[in-house]
Design a protein around this ligand. Structure first.
Ligand code: K7E
Ligand code: CUA
Length: 863
């Protein structure tokens, strides 16, 4: 009852909204103490999100070697989630429950579990080149794979393994209407998956680009409708899809037109020397719309590992594949929002090259080629296709676009800078230092057909001295840059302590509409109803030989069943359905020592399977702190060896309670329940009278509260029946269960009431707000509880209890002793056995407190 009373009291204090009242002088004091410049404070003001405030943009970052995706907000740079993708992630049960194991199993390569990934480039589904925000794709460079993440619940639902290449880099880039997800190889290797000596490099080793077909209806990549294009062993690199005028085309650069194969161990110059010998490498230009048609006729492709690979020859013949020289050791390739220009960076060049697709297309249409490469692919003249080249600085890599026409931002790896420039006029406009060695950068929705700009994020590879030292392995540094003004402005450093994130994509938060809970019984990895969905009352154990299936439910704060008995070496599957409908009421499930864990968000059904190969008693428990009685949310798994004889231990004789004592305890819990129920009654009355139904969020809470309340009847009947049968022990336990439901109802109900009062109360004036601070800081709430008589009188209505109330209260607070002899005050002193002390308030503070008291009176009806 204690905690409940306190909860009721806190409702009394519900006018105590959080108020921060830093005066100017306080701010300056803190700036001095913390050595902050005005610039720093401005940056803080631009990024700080007060409690409860939401971010404007959501950023999805690759998690690098962690094989995960990191989700954070802009401008706050607060991290929201790590999504398990290629790597087990215990919190989400990813890789520990059967449903997610099935997803990870899709990522096996030739039957081998691959439990890590080198994630590089996340990308959204697109429509007309704009981000849709219902799915996210991400590639694994190390083990050529692409994963699909459903943004309804931010869970990975599919992994596809590239059937022909050994490594990749240029994925996962999406065509303008999500027709295909592009994945280009990195290190050339034989496509037939057999041994071939390096001497056969030119003859047999190949690169490729795979076009994964995305099927919107199922939200999955359709492997059967996907195909690849064979490419020369030039070490293909990053890619981007054309749009607008370059719709249908895609672009992939490369860095080994030399076809150098190294041999440092044989005394030959290393790869790095041989691969940067030529002045130019090749930008690959291919048309996926033509390739799509070629993939329909078997004379155009070869089959490797059940997968169609269109030959270079067929692609060239159909006019679907061309090359253009690009500057030494190029890196990023980015198509402008209108699709007209293609911007290529060069790791060893100070220039970026801007290719004009119009010029490219004219040359292709006129069949005007400068030469052919050794594989017969037409090569276009570089100069004739260039719009121009711009000297940006050392090591230009990746580009991202602004909402302003022609404006682009490019990262300089070696110079550690972001450069703002104009790709139409080819002029450099501004540059800013970043810390340090930036790889990718991203402006908001900056790689879509409609960039928003506003902020840029620099993904810095090295953080060196920017953070507190945490050992030799340093975090990456994601820096937020304000790009609204004429000068770029560095706002915030976010250390990323999970792998090396190569790239991020950002989207307006308003474009995402994730679910709050699951439809009851959902298998989150398929989105379909789980065949083992278990509703209340359907909990059961089914045994078939050595296979034991347990259909379990979870709801605050118990798992059902609470005891499971199996025999040693049984094959056990536990299906868990979280029956909650309330937002954020997740239950986790683990069995000690058995390396199993699952996360069941409200409505989800998940399962684990294991061989009970160790005899003993194993507690299982809920792993999310889901309620006050979360620790009680557990049970026992008993694993008994059928081949063993067990001697039962002697029963201990414990003292039991006398019948009178039981009766007393029973009456006590009855009284407690009655009192609690009355509190609930008053809360429900308040909510109903004030029309809670008009407020959807509050209505949701009330529904949740009543859901708990509705469970009472059944339990109460059991209590009554037990009492009738003179089984007082059971009656008491069932009454305690009634109390559990009552407390949960009250808990949510009071939260709803609190929120409703906030909705209904009139806004506080600045004076009243200051007054509340003075009231709280002055410690007035030590004796006065609003809406209640406690160790001092209720201050509600105090202004009205006196003639010239405001004047009297002012004088009383200022100098209470002056009034001690007044009859009214004397009576109060007698009653409370306390005198109102002099709090030495300033006049202005007293005036503010009076304004606060007026506001209390205005809202007194809500108390
Ligand atoms: Cu430049 Cu893999 Cu996109 Cu890293 S890649 S930086
Ligand atoms: Cu459910 Cu803790």
């Amino acid at each position: 009852m204690r905690s409940l009373k306190r909860a009721v009291l806190s409702i009394g204090c519900l006018f105590a909204f959080a108020v921060s009242a830093f005066g100017q002088s306080d701010l300056q004091k803190i700036m001095q103490e913390r050595k902050l410049t005005e610039q720093d404070v401005l940056a803080a003001a631009k990024t700080y999100q007060p409690s409860g405030r939401k971010d404007e943009f959501i950023v999805f970052s690759s998690g690098g070697q962690s094989g995960q995706v990191i989700v954070y907000g802009v401008p706050s740079m607060r991290i929201y989630k790590y999504i398990g993708v290629f790597t087990p992630e215990p919190w989400q049960g990813y890789g520990f429950d059967n449903e997610s194991k099935a997803v990870l199993a899709e990522g096996r390569i030739h039957g081998k579990d691959i439990t890590w990934g080198d994630t590089h480039h996340p990308n959204f589904t697109e429509k007309n080149g704009e981000y849709v925000g219902d799915y996210l794709f991400i590639n694994d460079k190390a083990n050529p794979r692409v994963a699909v993440i459903n943004l309804k619940d931010f869970e990975t639902t599919q992994i596809v393994v590239n059937p022909i290449i050994k490594s990749e880099h240029g994925g996962s880039f999406v065509t303008p209407n999500t027709e295909y997800v592009i994945e280009a190889s990195q290190y050339a290797a034989p496509l037939d998956d057999l041994w071939h000596p390096i001497e056969e490099y030119e003859a047999v080793y190949r690169g490729a680009v795979t076009l994964w077909k995305f099927d919107y209806a199922s939200g999955r990549i359709d492997v059967n409708k996907s195909f690849s294009l064979e490419l020369p062993p030039y070490m293909q690199d990053l890619s981007d899809a054309g749009k607008g005028i370059s719709m249908g085309w895609a672009f992939t650069n490369s860095f080994n037109s030399e076809m150098y194969t190294g041999g440092i161990e044989k005394g030959l110059p290393p790869m790095e020397a041989g691969m940067s010998r030529n002045d130019t490498d090749y930008l690959h230009i291919y048309n996926w719309q033509i390739l799509e048609k070629l993939a329909k006729d078997s004379k155009n492709y070869k089959i490797y590992n059940n997968h169609k690979v269109i030959t270079i020859e067929a692609a060239v013949k159909a006019g679907a594949l061309f090359l253009i020289p690009e500057s030494k050791s190029p890196h990023g390739v980015d198509v402008t929002p209108d699709g007209r220009y293609i911007i290529v960076g060069g790791k060893l060049d100070t220039h970026v090259s801007v290719y004009d697709f119009k010029k490219i297309k004219e040359l292709i249409d006129k069949k005007e080629f400068a030469s052919k490469d050794p594989y017969g692919i037409p090569v276009l003249d570089m100069k004739k296709t260039l719009h121009g080249q711009v000297e940006l600085g050392l090591g230009p890599l990746h580009s991202s676009f602004d909402s302003k026409d022609g404006i682009v931002y490019t990262s300089l790896y070696v110079d550690s800078q972001v450069v703002r420039w104009d790709y139409k006029s080819l002029k450099v406009l501004d540059r800013i230092n970043v810390h340090y060695n930036i790889g990718h950068l991203d402006t908001m929705e900056g790689k879509s057909a409609k960039p928003i700009g506003k902020y840029a994020i620099a993904l810095d590879k090295l953080s060196i001295d920017r953070f507190n030292p945490i050992g030799p392995l340093h975090p990456q540094n994601h820096q937020l840059i304000d790009i609204n003004g004429a000068k770029m402005d560095l706002l915030y450093d976010l250390p990323i302590g999970l792998g090396e994130p190569h790239d991020v994509v950002s989207i307006q938060a308003s474009k995402l509409s994730p679910a709050v809970t699951y439809k009851m019984g959902t298998n989150s990895r398929t989105g379909k109803q789980h065949p083992a969905m278990t509703l209340a009352g359907q909990e059961r154990v089914e045994r078939d030989g050595k296979n034991v299936k347990i259909y379990m439910t979870a709801v605050r704060s118990h798992l059902n069943p609470e005891h499971i008995e199996v025999q040693k070496d049984d094959n056990v599957t536990i299906y868990l359905t979280n029956l909650e409908r309330a937002q954020d009421e997740t239950h986790g499930f683990a069995i000690d020592n058995y390396n199993v864990h699952m996360s069941a968000e409200p409505g989800k059904t998940a399962s684990i399977t294991f061989i009970a190969d160790r005899e003993g008693v194993f507690p299982y428990y809920c792993t999310e702190f889901c309620s006050a009685l979360h620790l009680e949310m557990f049970g026992y798994l008993y694993v008994k060896d059928p081949n063993k004889k067990y001697e039962s231990a002697k029963k201990m004789q414990l003292q039991t309670l006398s019948p009178q004592a039981l009766e007393t305890e029973y009456q006590k819990i009855l009284a407690t329940n009655k009192a609690t129920d009355e509190v609930i009654g008053s809360v429900v009355k308040f909510l109903t009278e004030k029309g809670y139904e008009k407020y959807p969020k509050i209505k949701e809470q009330v529904v949740d509260a009543l859901d708990q309340y509705s469970k009472i009847k059944e339990v109460k009947d059991k209590a009554d029946a037990a009492y009738k049968a003179k089984d007082l022990n059971s009656a008491i336990l069932w009454e305690y269960q009634v109390w559990q439901y009552l407390v949960k109802t009250a808990d949510v109900g009071l939260r709803a009431k609190n929120n409703l009062v906030r909705e209904l109360s009139t806004p506080m004036s600045p004076a009243a707000t200051r007054g509340e601070v003075a009231y709280l800081e002055g410690g007035c709430n030590g004796c006065h509880v609003i809406g209640q008589v406690s160790s001092g009188p209720d201050i509600t209505g105090a202004l009205l209890r006196h003639e010239k109330g405001e004047e009297w209260i002012f004088s009383f607070i200022k100098d209470p002793a002056k009034h001690y002899e007044e009859e009214y005050v004397k009576a109060l002193i007698n009653y409370f056995n306390l005198r109102m002390p002099n709090q030495n308030m300033k006049d202005s503070e007293i005036k503010d407190i009076i304004e606060y008291m007026k506001w209390i009176d205005e809202n007194a009806g809500l108390n």
